[in-house]
Design a protein around this ligand. Structure first.
Ligand code: GCU
Length: 600
């Protein structure tokens, strides 16, 4: 360790760190937690009669009261304790045939005892709930969360009892025009408490949130902040990285905030060596720790530089569809299987589409050395002019960044996918771009955009949004929605911007085991042909710095009913819903192996 120069500055920039809707708890690592996963009693309530009275007004006496008849004459028309159960975490659609297509409200109830301790606070934490969650403890409303793919938590200290607690969540996955995503998506609208639920205990004043990452463009200046929540906000806090003998102390201000920079030569994280350090944030009243990697990511002209060196992102898109069993993936094992397949393909990068995936996925990518594109579900035709929709999208973006800002694997935030050009859309997305830069200045920003023909054989990338992005994502389906596979042979690509381009989607459908000549749709041979012609075309694009074909595995979509071929699966996977590799997988793998050997 050559030089340790300490640069300490304390700046209150509370405004940009305003507590998001996600609530006080951001990182659960190293905290005392009590899992509430497992069987929850549920009531399926398509008419929301557990929430509204017959005049469609919210009732004070809804199912959240978990009422029981006190006498034989009492009229109670629901009973959680004699109701069926669903597993949490999990979507309801794949747990019951009756709920496969169900979109509406399901009430979840979990009873539990909890040994309360003096001088401690307790929070109910949800990894995610799709889509709108109203949360109650012991009959009292504790909060609401909108957005199906980001964590949220509510404090329950005052309402908690030692025994006989009941946590009730009304989960509604009805699609709405003003929501994010909006009415139309090409993925299954899996509903429910889709990720872990747990109780988290903290001291009265605790480390509410922190960020420790390399400063943008630097390879030896760590910068970040720590924020305390509670009565004693003005404390000494220390950042420790024992393996690197780093101990840096600062003092939080009256708002509980300390911002810092310090110099340190750490081993940098990369796909070849995904180095993670144990990092501890210590305050006088609390301590948290987790594994963090340090790497720099930036662009220079049309190049993407990782730790100062140009890289090519050998990627693949992934939906959060559980491999083999189908349904929302939610475990470390499923993340390992999906990322294992990506590694087998030769990938050093994954585009997690079209929403923030579960935390297991991101932490596994950190450990495996796979770079990540993470995206908010601003997908297709969002209601651009609706202020509530903008707030909702901003909030989902903030929650995504808040959860994963210390993950070295995450190199790019994406604000949108295939959104139609308009002034309102541009204003909406510029708003998201500035929000993202406000919260996290260390990562690249992108969006999956569309291209257009300037003549029969020339493609142009000139979406006005490109001006505000660091990296341009472009989706194209030459050979599937646009002509036959060989059409790619004649195409030339142009871009209005001197910026790196990632071909963020390309490919076509094939049913595994369905064979024929390479002009017969739905066969493995047709899909294989698309990939052969695509790769030849991609190699000719001078500003191309990454690819993520659509998609690693087949995934469910309500837009794909073709019998005996799709059966409500989008079959563009390189791997089938049964986990079998299609011919195109090996075409892509061969190219990635070539690129890998060239990069060495
Ligand atoms: C679109 C879209 C994907 C969709 C894919 C397809 O480009 O971004 O969400 O699944 O095309 O049509 O298969």
């Amino acid at each position: 360790m050559k030089t340790l120069v300490l640069l300490v500055s304390v700046i209150a920039f509370a405004s940009s760190l305003q507590a998001q809707q996600s609530g006080p708890i951001t990182n659960t690592d190293g905290r005392k937690t009590t899992s509430l996963n497992g069987d929850w009693q549920v009531i399926v309530d398509p008419y929301e009669s557990g929430y509204y009275n017959y005049r469609y007004q919210p009732s004070d006496n809804g199912y959240f009261k978990n009422a029981k008849p006190k006498t034989k004459s009492d009229l109670i028309e629901y009973d959680f304790d004699n109701s069926t159960t669903l597993k949490v975490p999990g979507d309801w659609n794949t747990q019951s045939d009756q709920l496969f297509f169900y979109e509406g409200t399901v009430w979840y109830k979990k009873s539990f005892d909890y040994q309360r301790k003096p001088e401690r606070r307790v929070f109910a934490y949800f990894g995610a709930a799709n889509y709108l969650a109203d949360v109650y403890l012991n009959g009292e409303k504790i909060g609401q969360h909108e957005g199906g793919f980001t964590p949220f938590s509510f404090e329950i200290t005052k309402l908690l009892r030692d025994s006989g607690n009941f946590l009730i969540v009304k989960v509604d996955n009805k699609r709405r025009r003003d929501a994010v995503p909006t009415l139309m998506t090409d993925w299954w609208n899996y509903g429910g408490l889709t990720r872990d639920v747990k109780l988290i205990e903290t001291p009265l004043t605790f480390v509410q949130d922190y960020m420790v990452q390399l400063q943008r463009g630097s390879r030896n200046v760590e910068s970040g902040w720590v924020r305390l929540e509670g009565a004693r906000r003005n404390q000494k806090v220390t950042v420790r990285i024992p393996e690197a003998q780093i101990t840096k102390s600062f003092t939080t201000d009256a708002n509980g905030l300390a911002k810092f920079d310090f110099k340190a030569d750490l081993k940098l994280w990369s796909p070849e060596s995904p180095k993670l350090y144990d990092v501890t944030i210590e305050a006088e009243t609390d301590q948290v720790s987790e594994q963090i990697g340090f790497r720099s990511i930036e662009t220079k002209g049309t190049d993407i530089l990782l730790n100062g060196r140009p890289i090519f992102l050998r990627g693949v898109c992934i939906h959060e569809e559980a491999p083999i069993r189908g349904g929302r993936a939610n475990s470390r094992e499923e993340a390992q299987m999906l990322l294992g397949w990506a590694k087998e393909l030769g990938a050093n990068f994954v585009r997690l589409a079209h929403y923030p995936h579960n935390e297991h996925m991101i932490r596994e990518a950190d450990r495996l050395g796979i770079m990540v594109w993470s995206e908010v579900p601003v997908y297709w035709t969002i209601q651009w002019e609706n202020p509530d929709t903008i707030d909702n999208a901003r909030n989902q973006l903030s929650e995504m960044i808040t959860r994963d800002k210390n993950r070295a694997a995450v190199i790019i935030w994406s604000v949108a996918n295939e959104t139609p050009l308009s002034d309102a859309r541009l204003a909406f997305l510029k708003n998201l771009v500035s929000r993202a830069r406000e919260i996290d200045g260390t990562r690249l920003l992108t969006a999956a955009m569309e291209r257009h023909y300037v003549d029969a054989t020339t493609q142009m990338i000139d979406d006005p949004l490109g001006e505000y992005l660091d990296v341009l994502g472009c989706n194209e389906y030459v050979g599937w929605y646009d002509g036959l596979p060989e059409k790619a042979d004649k195409l030339e690509w142009r871009s209005k911007y001197q910026k790196p381009v990632i071909m963020s989607e390309f490919g076509g459908d094939a049913l595994y085991g369905h064979h024929g000549d390479d002009l017969t749709r739905w066969t493995e041979e047709y899909q294989e042909s698309i990939y052969r012609h695509q790769i030849a075309m991609l190699k000719r694009i001078p500003f191309l710095r990454g690819t993520s074909p659509w998609i690693l595995t087949d995934f469910r979509s309500p837009r794909r009913p073709l019998p005996k071929i799709q059966d409500y699966w989008n079959r563009k996977g390189l791997i089938s819903s049964g986990g079998e590799k299609k011919k195109a997988f090996f075409v892509m793998q061969q190219w990635y192996r070539e690129l890998q050997s060239q990069a060495r």
